[in-house]
Design a protein around this ligand. Structure first.
Ligand code: HPA
Ligand code: ZN
Length: 335
């Protein structure tokens, strides 16, 4: 690992907490909850994570969540991620969670969010890492289920920075959730949505995000480059893109590092993130390392990626400025 990357103060904005479930923890949770897994070891479980598209990835991904049952399970899941992230000098993370993937199995919303919240507070105290939650809706479920989940979240409003949209994009455009996101905005949530890479109608979905939903940023969204009008609009509005190169390498035809170069050159607010690090075996530092290696990024460009992330993060100005100052100090003094 490049030493400059290792020490760089980092901001992670595209991270699914359920995607941080390492096979070892999965085994531990299965044992704790008396669940029989179809593998004998963590190595066997890891070998069984085989996929070549978003759809095939999501099948195993959602099945794995069955081991998450109790408040301490969610606490341990988030704690494991936060400890790892802090060790990579992630200073701040915005963490997606998928409540519907749990409530649909009979695991209460309250238990999920309490476990995650407690882990965040403890990690902040112990590791000095700050984090906030983003609640994602499952786009391949009915909009009514998303609306019910939004209403269920309102008592916990102070614990959730914003809402997002994930799972299988095929046939599930942003406009399907227009009312849900309008209501979320009224409730004071900030808005983001996945526009996964190389999906059917992808530029139309990005357009809907910008023109109909009015998102504050876009997760992935690299196909905006296919349409100059989208590039102009995103740049004018300062829309951030949370790009995940190693993830792209697994679920599309490659890591798409060259789009990061183009986005940087076009003045778009591109950021580098890990998505589902337990499945893609790369946390945020490894993602930065990949784009550095593929593109020969300079230190200034690496720092720029993190500056973009802190700039688009859903933080109060004083806290954001603190991180930006820390980043500036690091780039001025790193050996
Ligand atoms: N896209 C859609 N759904 C997801 C993803 C993703 O990148 N990661 C986890 N769920
Ligand atoms: Zn994602």
């Amino acid at each position: 690992m490049d030493e400059f990357i290792a020490g760089l103060p980092k901001c992670e904005l595209h991270l699914h907490i359920e995607g941080t479930l390492e096979p070892e923890l999965k085994f531990e949770l299965a044992r704790r909850n008396g669940i029989e897994l179809p593998y004998r070891s963590a190595e066997e479980a890891r070998a069984a994570y085989v996929f070549d598209s978003l759809t095939s990835f999501l099948v195993g991904y959602y099945a794995s969540m069955d081991v998450l049952r109790t408040e301490p399970d969610f606490y341990d899941l988030a704690t494991a991620y936060l400890v790892k992230a802090a060790a990579q000098n992630v200073r701040y993370a915005e963490i997606f969670f998928d409540p519907q993937a749990h409530t649909s199995r009979g695991v209460p919303f309250d238990l999920v969010i309490r476990g995650l919240r407690r882990a965040i507070l403890d990690a902040e105290r112990r590791e000095g890492i700050r984090a906030q939650l983003i609640m994602c809706f499952l786009r391949d479920s009915e909009a009514g289920f998303a609306m019910a989940t939004l209403l269920e979240s309102l008592p916990y409003r102070e614990w959730i920075a914003g809402v997002g949209l994930d799972s299988d994009e095929r046939g599930n455009p942003p406009v399907k959730f227009e009312r849900v996101f309008a209501r979320a905005r009224e409730e004071g949530y900030l808005l983001t949505m996945h526009c996964d890479v190389d999906q059917e109608n992808t530029t139309e979905h990005i357009r809907q995000c910008l023109d109909v939903i009015g998102v504050d940023r876009i997760d992935h969204g690299v196909n905006a480059l296919d349409d100059p009008a989208l590039v102009d609009k995103a740049r004018e509005r300062g829309i951030g893109f949370t790009v995940c190169p190693v993830s792209n390498g697994f679920v599309t035809d490659g890591p798409k590092a060259e789009v990061v170069r183009r986005m940087l050159d076009l003045g778009l607010r591109v950021t580098i993130n890990s998505d589902d690090p337990a499945y893609f075996e790369a946390y945020v530092a490894e993602n930065l390392q990949l784009v550095r290696d593929e593109l020969g990024l300079t230190r200034d460009e690496l720092a720029r990626l993190e500056r973009n992330a802190f700039e688009i993060a859903w933080l109060p100005p004083a806290i954001r400025d603190g991180y930006l100052a820390e980043l500036a100090e690091y780039t001025a003094t790193a050996p």
